[in-house]
Design a protein around this ligand. Structure first.
Ligand code: ZN
Ligand code: ZN
Length: 158
């Protein structure tokens, strides 16, 4: 079983539902479900594997990564790690990955749980896969479809 860090946030993150802390937990949950179902394609999920970017924990954001974005990035150096921006966790939104990596490009925005699922499937799919070419598309699509089915069936909420 994978252990998730519980205590590395200031207590005030836990005050309200839909707060940064809750969205962080949702983000970890997505990666955990992916890890349970695609064990060989997902990095080992440990304490600090999903990192909330901040000045105080900048040591967790070292090594090469797949580019700095507005919301998140994946570190392909060891240990593998996803860094999430606080801005995203406070109010999750992103562009649906398939909409902008396919041609013709569209920029379809998604928010809330769907944004968390999309972003986490995207960053997790970068494990051993850089860029947004065919290999990435196949892996990301498999993860995303799997998660959407979990959502539709209601299993995601169990
Ligand atoms: Zn980082
Ligand atoms: Zn990417």
């Amino acid at each position: 079983m994978t252990r998730i860090a519980r205590n590395h946030f200031p207590y005030y993150y836990m005050i309200t539902p839909n707060s940064l802390f809750f969205n962080y937990q949702k983000s970890v949950k997505v990666v955990k479900i992916l890890k349970d179902n695609f064990p060989n394609e997902v990095f080992a999920l440990k304490e600090n594997s999903i990192n909330i970017q901040s000045k105080t924990n900048s040591r967790l954001c070292k090594g090469s990564n797949n580019g700095i974005s507005d919301r998140a990035h994946y570190h392909n150096s060891k240990p593998p790690r996803i860094c999430l921006k606080q801005k995203f966790l406070k109010d999750p939104d992103c562009y649906y990955t398939m909409s902008y990596i396919s041609t013709p490009k569209k920029w379809i925005k998604v928010t809330g749980t769907l944004a968390i699922i999309d972003l986490m499937c995207h960053e997790t799919a970068h494990h051993r896969t850089t860029g947004h070419r065919k290999g990435f598309k196949i892996k990301y699509s498999r993860f995303f479809k799997f998660m959407i089915n979990k959502l539709i069936s209601g299993e995601y909420y169990q």
